[in-house]
Design a protein around this ligand. Structure first.
Ligand SMILES: O=P(O)(O)O[C@H]1O[C@H](CO)[C@@H](O)[C@H]1O
Ligand SMILES: [Mn+2]
Ligand SMILES: [Mn+2]
Length: 397
């Protein structure tokens, strides 16, 4: 029996790639800078499980330095390395699709950093189709900041909040109760059709609750993503008769292509509980793919170093439960889709190496060096499961 598990820590980068200067990210290092911050405040990070699997060694491979508090060890249990992205974007879709064998070699459309950011033609059509009295925002913003700034005006006027970021995305924030969740979803479906000519990767519904300049997003976020342009690892596994179990926002990111079963959860630890349950159920040739979004959404974009560090400790503390239940024929990988250095300016993703830490009963300690494409991860899994090889990437094991 062979099974595969991808544990994707959304935004857990291991240091700038050689092309990071083109993105203004040449000094970024998500893991390295969190570890340095922790050491500086006198509480060095302790991630014994991931360290033993090869995390710090993978980070050393990526950036040439040992993260503060992580000493060089002479034995690991995983096959560890780092990967650089072939796709030109540093967004979630590009990262995930490339891992699954489909790098994004075309240019996504982006909305400019002007105010208004969205073309009048687009917002006019959206207003006509939905009958709202207008829009607020219409700019680049951090999603948590803009709802607190414009939430009161939104509630009073009924105008939804439109914003974007360095990603190829149109986000619509609206109050779950005052505006209505279904109404927000319907608006996003219309917006998804309208952004097609602009080559935008995703429209995201961002419902929130609260009052009086104190608003909080809910877990009813919904992504309307364009599908990958070619079959991914998920399709190859499903076509070969294996179950593809998508936890968290994985199904949204691949527009449900190649997904057999969707399991959602409100936060990292709920998703970890779901992962442990799925681990008992997954059968031969299955792929279980989980995206732990809090690293990115709750801490990376929020530039919350302490929160990010804490989330890594929480994850590390739970991993032994998962490892203890692995069976012969299981191949697992801890990886990421891009960086989001919480110590860097702004609130956007950062162009970094991602970890590739393979482990499981049949994996022997080994340094894998640096891959030139994230697709080496997917190809290694395709080979392990014995499904059709991917069009891109090299088997590493
Ligand atoms: O600031 P928030 O709304 O969390 O936005 C972030 O979330 C979006 C999707 O992951 C990205 O485009 C990023 O900008
Ligand atoms: Mn991401
Ligand atoms: Mn993000």
């Amino acid at each position: 029996m062979s099974r595969a598990f991808i544990l994707l820590l959304d935004s857990f980068g291991l240091g700038a790639t050689p092309d990071a200067d083109k993105y203004g990210d040449s000094a970024t290092n998500t893991f390295g800078h969190i570890a340095a911050w922790a050491a500086k405040i006198g509480q060095p990070m302790q991630l014994p499980t991931m360290e033993k699997l090869g995390l710090a060694a993978a980070a050393h491979t990526a950036c040439g330095e040992w993260a503060a508090g992580f000493d060089q060890r002479d034995s690991f249990t995983g096959a560890y390395g780092a990967a650089r992205e072939q796709s030109t974007g540093k967004d979630t879709q590009s990262g995930h699709w490339e891992i699954a064998g489909v790098p994004v070699l075309f240019d996504w459309g982006y909305f400019p950093k002007t105010v208004p950011s969205f073309p009048a033609e687009l917002t006019d059509q959206l207003q006509t189709l939905t009958g709202v009295p207008g829009f607020l925002g219409n700019c680049h913003a951090s999603g948590t900041e803009i709802i607190n700034r414009l939430g009161d005006e939104h509630v009073a006027s009924g105008k939804p909040i439109l914003y974007t970021s360095a990603d190829s995305v149109l986000q619509i924030a609206a109050h779950e109760e005052h505006f209505g969740l279904e109404r927000l979803y319907e608006m996003c479906e219309k917006a998804y059709e309208l952004v097609k000519p602009y080559n935008i990767g995703r429209v995201i519904a961002r419902p929130f609750v609260g009052a009086d300049s104190n608003y909080k997003r809910t877990s009813n976020r919904h992504d309307y993503a364009v599908p990958p342009p070619a079959p991914t690892l998920l399709d190859h596994v499903k076509d070969a008769g294996g179950e593809v179990i998508a936890l968290g926002k994985i199904s949204d990111i691949y527009a449900a292509q190649g997904v057999s079963r969707v399991v959602k959860g409100p936060d990292n630890m709920a998703l970890f509980d779901a992962l442990l349950k799925v681990q008992d159920e997954a059968g031969d040739k299955s792929l279980t793919f989980v995206n732990f979004v809090d690293f990115d959404q709750a801490f990376g974009h929020r530039r919350d170093v302490a929160g990010y560090s804490n989330a890594l400790h929480e994850m590390d503390a739970r991993l032994p439960e998962f490892i203890a239940k692995l069976k012969a024929g299981d191949l697992c990988v801890i990886t990421a889709d891009h960086g989001c250095d919480p110590t860097s300016p702004g609130s956007d993703h950062t162009r970094e190496h991602i970890p590739m830490i393979f482990f499981g009963p049949g994996v022997k300690e080994r340094s894998l060096g640096i891959s030139e494409t994230f697709s080496d991860i997917g190809q290694t899994i395709a080979h392990h499961l014995g499904v059709k090889p991917l069009a891109n990437g090299t088997n590493l094991l």
